[in-house]
Design a protein around this ligand. Structure first.
Ligand code: AIR
Length: 393
């Protein structure tokens, strides 16, 4: 590329249906992206080490490790545009793909969101609040920060943690040394966060296209069990002004961070009614699965539109919905349920839409699918979920 201007023009390229979209990663997010994009006429090829991966069942697949440069080069050659469906993309592979292919999302947002401290600083620079935090380089710094925030507080690794891994909730000063020693590994940075007493956890998915257009989806109210998302309830049970405010903050982050494609923004609504960002994910998000049947445009279609430079779709909510995750332990009872007429769904007038990801191993706590329960109101959907007896919590 000869000049910054050329680069900007190339970034705004319009990729029409018929073209091939390459996906780094072949899990459920890639699968649902490929299903949405295939319906529009795009072709998909995914790179994933697991043979017959969820995305490989609905698209072409290159079976190789994520950091295999030769395989990444093949992905580049077979694709007109490249995206990713998880954020721990190897920096070397990202740089190589940027060089050899068209990656409209770039690598900067990945670099930012791969590290909690960088992410928090970027959110603040966009003018949005996060929970009080401190960088922790030594036990002494940890002790000092705990003194400042008070107990409890949460020590987290800056990189590599997910679904509650890489975290320690410190309840008493006696735990400080052990928490530090357990989480501190060579080269891993640590961050201490004040423990937020939230009244709700929310998330908003924003999309920003290569043309700079931004749209947000309706805010979801999320309920986690054992640090794993269990339910997304939409509309969120908060007043409309707060819903709008959460959506506005997500749009501001998408703009401020120069995102392309989807960016998921997880928020806490504090007991004082304040919205604080918890974390970001630069990709489709579990809490956005409800959009598949409940919105005019799904998050997956929106992502394809955004990276291909098409106008973004209308994100209006068509119906109240509750998304419930199907983990390994829920698969068998769910299959029993779907095989029979569902009197409870009939009586309540709810329509449970089943999504299973085609994973071979139904491990305990592994995300195997989800159900979008469409209903006249979220209470009916929640009542159906508890009546099934599948998700006893
Ligand atoms: N994923 C990526 N980041 C967060 C999530 N949930 C999805 C991606 C990835 C898959 O989870 O689609 O490929 C991996 O799932 P598993 O069960 O094989 O670990």
């Amino acid at each position: 590329m000869s000049s910054a201007g050329d680069k900007a023009a190339a970034q705004g390229r319009v990729i029409l249906p018929g073209a091939t979209i390459g996906i780094l990663g072949g899990g459920q997010l890639g699968r649902m992206m490929a299903n949405a994009g295939s319906a529009m006429g795009y072709r998909f090829v995914a790179l994933d080490p697991t043979p017959d991966a969820p995305t490989g069942q609905v698209a072409q697949q290159i079976v190789a490790a994520y950091d295999n440069r030769e395989a990444a080069r093949e992905l580049a050659q077979r694709s007109d545009v490249i995206t990713y469906e998880f954020e721990n993309v190897d920096a070397g592979v990202a740089a190589m793909l940027m060089e050899e292919s068209y990656v409209p999302q770039g690598s900067e947002l990945l670099y930012t969101t791969q590290h909690r401290l960088r992410e928090k600083r970027a959110i603040e620079a966009a003018g949005v609040k996060v929970a009080p935090y401190a960088e922790v380089r030594s036990v002494d710094e940890l002790r000092e920060a705990v003194g400042r925030f008070g107990l409890p507080c949460v020590l987290k690794t800056a990189t590599g943690g997910y679904d509650g891994k890489g975290q320690w909730v410190i309840h008493s000063a006696d735990e400080i040394d052990e928490a530090f020693e357990t989480l501190k590994r060579a080269g891993v940075d640590l961050v201490l966060e004040q423990f937020i007493r939230f009244s709700k956890e929310l998330s908003v998915i924003a999309a920003r296209s290569t043309q700079g257009e931004i749209r947000t989806f309706p805010a979801a109210e999320n309920i986690h069990v054992d640090n794993i998302l269990h339910l997304s309830i939409v509309p969120a049970r908060i007043d409309e002004a707060l819903q709008r405010e959460a959506e506005r903050l997500a749009a501001r982050i998408a703009e401020g961070l120069g995102a392309v494609g989807l960016i998921a923004v997880e928020l806490f609504l504090t007991e004082d009614g304040e919205l604080l960002v918890n974390e970001l994910a630069p990709r489709p998000h579990n809490s956005g699965h409800y959009t598949m049947e409940a919105c005019r445009t799904s998050q997956f279609e929106q992502h394809v539109r955004a990276i291909c430079g098409l106008p973004l779709g209308d994100t209006s909510l068509l119906t109240p919905v509750v998304m419930v995750n199907v983990l390994g332990e829920h698969v068998e009872p769910l299959l029993d349920l779907v095989a029979k007429p569902d009197a409870s769904a009939e009586r309540r007038g709810v329509a449970p839409k089943i999504h299973l990801y085609g994973k071979h191993e139904a491990k305990h706590k592994r995300k195997m699918g989800h159900v979008n329960v469409l209903a006249a109101n979220v209470d009916e959907a929640l009542a159906w979920i508890s009546e099934t007896n599948i998700w006893r919590v």
